[in-house]
Design a protein around this ligand. Structure first.
Ligand SMILES: *Cc1c(COP(=O)(O)O)cnc(C)c1O
Length: 219
């Protein structure tokens, strides 16, 4: 199946309220253009250098999401154009994004990454750390960022019951904090689900799926 066919198939299965992020990491610009020509406008990249290289090669109406682990010293490279940063896991990083967004005279939308997997190596906040960030006075002063939702990655396993439990946990945290609306925090987006588990994620309440290999082929 071609990229166009893969995209058409996946889109036909997605409910209207779910946004598809086409994860194009390691894929050539020609693949992204094929997806673009098939109507895809939201792309997700994991590596700052790769994102910075690709961005000027695609049309201007592409919405670029950064979905990888972002180091503070690299925020400045993507701040001029990035439309959503998925994996924010510290107040320090939010502060740096705010600083760079201000320099670019923008407000940058962010998702806080919550740790839901059983694996040791995954990044993210636990609920206590999330609560600390959302209730901190510092957050109120960050006028150039907006926390618009949460993101999570499940354990890499075939155990569907395990993955479901993790998605349900994240949804419960999302529901708990989405009533907490402030000037720069309003949780509307729940980013969970990848090629192998997006249908389950949607069943559990995902509003944004990040799909790479099912669109572009294996990496
Ligand atoms: C690579 C990646 C994806 C996409 O993974 P696929 O299994 O290829 O769909 C989604 N989210 C994140 C954070 C990723 O790094």
């Amino acid at each position: 199946m071609s990229i166009t066919q893969n995209l058409q198939y996946i889109k036909s299965t997605l409910p209207e309220h779910v946004t598809l992020v086409a994860v194009s990491k390691t894929k050539p610009v020609s693949d992204l253009m094929e997806a673009y020509d098939a109507g895809q406008r939201v792309f997700g990249e994991n590596y700052v250098q790769e994102l910075v290289d690709k961005q000027p090669q695609l049309p201007n109406d592409v919405e670029w999401h950064f979905i990888g682990h972002l180091q503070s010293n690299k925020v400045k490279y993507i701040a001029p154009f990035v439309s959503l940063i998925h994996g924010v896991d510290s107040l320090k990083l939010l502060q740096e994004i705010n600083k760079q967004a201000l320099k670019n005279n923008r407000v940058i939308d962010c998702l806080l990454q919550i740790y839901i997997a059983e694996e040791e190596s995954k990044f993210g906040l636990d609920e206590k750390e999330l609560n600390e960030i959302l209730s901190s006075d510092e957050l109120k002063n960050l006028n150039n960022i907006k926390v618009v939702g949460l993101m999570g990655m499940s354990t890499f396993t075939d155990n569907q019951a395990q993955v479901k439990k993790e998605f349900q946990n994240l949804k419960a945290v999302f529901d708990k904090y989405k009533t907490l609306k402030t000037e720069n925090c309003d949780l509307k987006t729940l980013s969970m689900g990848m090629s192998g588990d997006y249908e389950l994620a949607i069943d559990c309440g995902s509003t944004m799926v990040r799909i790479g290999s099912s669109i572009f082929g294996s990496r």
